[in-house]
Design a protein around this ligand. Structure first.
Ligand SMILES: [Zn+2]
Ligand SMILES: [Zn+2]
Length: 336
């Protein structure tokens, strides 16, 4: 949650308590340390690859000097990057309204339901004592639960036309910047918050049954492992630098350049790499695509429909127009 909330008054205390309760699970991507880390990694790639490894606004890798490598002019002056800013602002404002509501209602309800279901089926739990190894396992379990729900929501958004109408706003980005992570229609974020609340509640319910006291996630730098990993991957993957992992690691973890593929409008890249953090579910569902080095990935919706999703206004009204069209003409297929 943002840090600019006032710090006194009874209502604020309630909001602060809610914020503290869910803070461990909130992604920490747009923070200065992570942006600085992104910059350091990008400089490292520039050195190691002698100026190669960053893409321009057309999605093509090319040789560049250090400044152009880090901040390509055509990307950061692109209309898409400006629209990212406005969609980010709207997303943050709307998030204040719905994120606490969804997380503090759905997550505890799911946790309680899981606990009572397990208790009804197996009686009281083994009352294990928590230690750091269990906390790490708990963090991993949360990560896998969230990753699975994220995959399901994301997959559905690509396959169900009414949901694709909303998710299209994220894919209308013609260039990738760290803000593109938040480039989404204001109707999309509650879907993911609901999924997050379900997965956190499910994991907490299962682990509460096993342990005597309330178990907490393992932390690094005072940040929950889940939030840290998700923050790192979220930040790097919406960035023009082609950050590859070795092929063996890509089969387990979703590398940033694999998300370049997800944003490409080339037909061979459609509906590939849905993951948030791990590659596990893409492998299970047959949607994994590990790109070759510096693979060409033109971003956006493609020449046929990009013109309809260029401005902020077009992106905000887009889903409503698509839904209206769907009601009039029942079948809409994904544009190229
Ligand atoms: Zn997508
Ligand atoms: Zn994306």
């Amino acid at each position: 949650m943002p840090d600019e909330l006032p710090t006194d008054g009874p209502l604020t205390q309630i909001v602060t308590a809610i914020r503290d309760a869910i803070a461990d699970n909130l992604p920490r991507d747009l923070t200065w340390p992570i942006l600085l880390l992104t910059l350091i990694i990008a400089i490292g790639i520039w050195f190691l690859r002698s100026g190669h490894g960053s893409k321009d606004a057309d999605g093509r890798e090319r040789h560049a000097g250090l400044v152009e490598f880090l901040l390509p002019r055509r990307i950061y002056t692109h209309v898409s990057a400006r629209v990212d800013i406005w969609l980010y602002v709207v997303d943050r404002v709307m998030r204040l309204l719905w994120a606490p509501t969804i997380l503090v209602t759905v997550a505890p309800w799911t946790e309680q339901t899981m606990l009572s279901t397990l208790a009804a089926a197996f009686g009281s739990g083994p009352a294990l004592a928590s230690n750091y190894a269990w906390m790490l396992l708990y963090s991993l379990f949360i990560l896998l639960c969230y990753d699975f729900i994220f995959f399901l929501i994301h997959y559905s958004e690509h396959k169900i036309p009414a949901l694709w109408a909303i998710h299209k706003v994220h894919h209308s980005a013609e260039v990738l910047t760290p803000l593109t992570r938040y480039r989404e229609h204001f109707l999309e974020a509650p879907l993911y918050a609901f999924g997050a609340a379900l997965s956190f509640g499910f994991a907490a319910g299962v682990f509460s049954w096993f342990f005597e006291d309330r178990i907490t996630q393992a932390t690094l730098f005072n940040i929950g492992f889940f939030a840290l990993l998700f923050g790192l991957t979220g930040s790097f993957r919406h960035h023009h630098v082609a950050f590859h992992y070795p092929r063996w690691l890509s089969k387990w973890l979703h590398s940033p350049v694999m998300h370049h593929i997800h944003h490409s409008y080339l037909t061979q890249h459609w509906d590939k790499n849905f993951a948030a953090v791990t590659s596990i579910f893409d492998r299970l569902f047959g949607t994994l695509y590990i790109p070759v080095k510096d693979e060409y990935t033109p971003w956006g919706l493609g020449p046929a429909t990009q013109e309809q999703y260029r401005t902020f206004r077009q992106n905000v009204i887009g889903p409503f127009r698509d839904w209206n069209d769907m009601v009039k003409t029942p079948r809409i297929t994904r544009p190229d």
